[in-house]
Design a protein around this ligand. Structure first.
Ligand SMILES: NC(=O)c1ccc[n+]([C@@H]2O[C@H](COP(=O)([O-])OP(=O)(O)OC[C@H]3O[C@@H](n4cnc5c(N)ncnc54)[C@H](OP(=O)(O)O)[C@@H]3O)[C@@H](O)[C@H]2O)c1
Length: 262
């Protein structure tokens, strides 16, 4: 089979990780487009592709076009592209596939369920990739691409993907914010964050066994009012964090009553 030619549109966090993963797997990224030339040029150089910051100079000769740009610009960018029957896909957890319908007759979604940050090594083989397509041609090409990168490829509809993304926000984005808050509170008292590492890792490992409500520990679930009040006192200089603390505490207590055995 002839080597597929890929164009990556975007040079942010995901585009960079994807470009490097394609390169590692021997996939042929022929061009990178990005609004900001410095970032785009740097990615292109790393993966042996050409670079353009002019949307009208995007080659029409590739097989797959991946739009890995901010969700809010997908529609605007799509309105500038006309790629006939080429496979055109986006990588968003929330945006519906059909936003790409004006661009090509073969469209799809390639949503990797992972958090991508700069300078963090990621093994794509272990990342679930959720795909969606609008035609048999798109299905075949997209499945080939996804299976080259990952051992776990799933078909999800746009509606299912949106719910999964909501779950990703709760379980990853919000959790990371909690770590950042914790780091700030600890550092202000010269307490090393590493002291919490075993607790954090065990909490994460608990997800493997399901029944997560039963794993809930802490003063809220114990109904320990004295401890809760002490914590509220400690947060008196941080009204925003106090609000979050109270809201989550109230919800844990509500769940405890709803599920009696929590
Ligand atoms: N990061 C993740 O963990 C992750 C995981 C799964 C899926 N995704 C999805 O991947 C996509 C990209 O996310 P990301 O995290 O990689 O974003 P990012 O790092 O913030 O990069 C955003 C990209 O969009 C481009 N862009 C932003 N505004 C633009 C505009 N007005 N016109 C043209 N280009 C513009 C940026 O170009 P400049 O360089 O010029 O700013 C950059 O290439 C999103 O759909 C996101 O939902 C991300």
């Amino acid at each position: 089979m002839q080597l597929l030619e890929i164009v990556i549109i975007g040079a942010g966090r995901l585009a960079t990780h994807l470009g490097l993963a394609f390169y590692k797997q021997g996939l042929n990224t022929v061009q990178v487009y990005n609004r900001t030339p410095e970032k785009g040029g740097r990615l292109a150089l790393r993966i042996g592709a050409s670079f353009t910051d002019n949307v009208h100079e995007i080659t029409l000769l590739a097989d797959i076009y991946i739009l890995a740009v901010s969700d809010s610009v997908l529609e605007e960018l799509a309105s500038k592209l006309r790629l006939k029957n080429k496979l055109v896909i986006h990588t968003s957890g929330t945006v519906e596939m059909n936003i790409l319908a004006p661009v090509s007759s073969n469209i799809g979604v390639f949503y990797p369920v992972q958090t991508f940050s700069p300078n963090r090594r990621i093994d794509f083989q272990k990342i679930p990739i959720c795909i969606e397509w609008n035609s048999t041609t798109a299905q075949e090409l997209l499945t080939t691409l996804a299976e080259k990168l990952s051992k776990s490829v799933f078909h999800l509809t746009s509606d299912q993907r949106r719910i999964l993304h909501l779950g990703a926000v709760f379980s990853s984005n919000f959790t990371n914010f909690m770590y950042a808050v914790t780091e700030e509170l600890l550092l202000a008292h010269e307490i090393p964050f590493e002291l919490l590492e075993p607790l954090i890792l065990q909490t994460a490992r608990n997800v493997k066994h399901g029944n997560l409500l039963q794993c809930q520990t802490g003063p809220a679930v114990r109904g320990d009012i004295k401890v809760l009040d002490k914590h509220r006192e400690l947060l008196s200089d941080h009204p925003d964090y106090l609000e979050i603390y109270n809201l989550i505490t109230e919800n844990i207590i509500k769940l405890k009553f709803l599920h009696g055995k929590l």
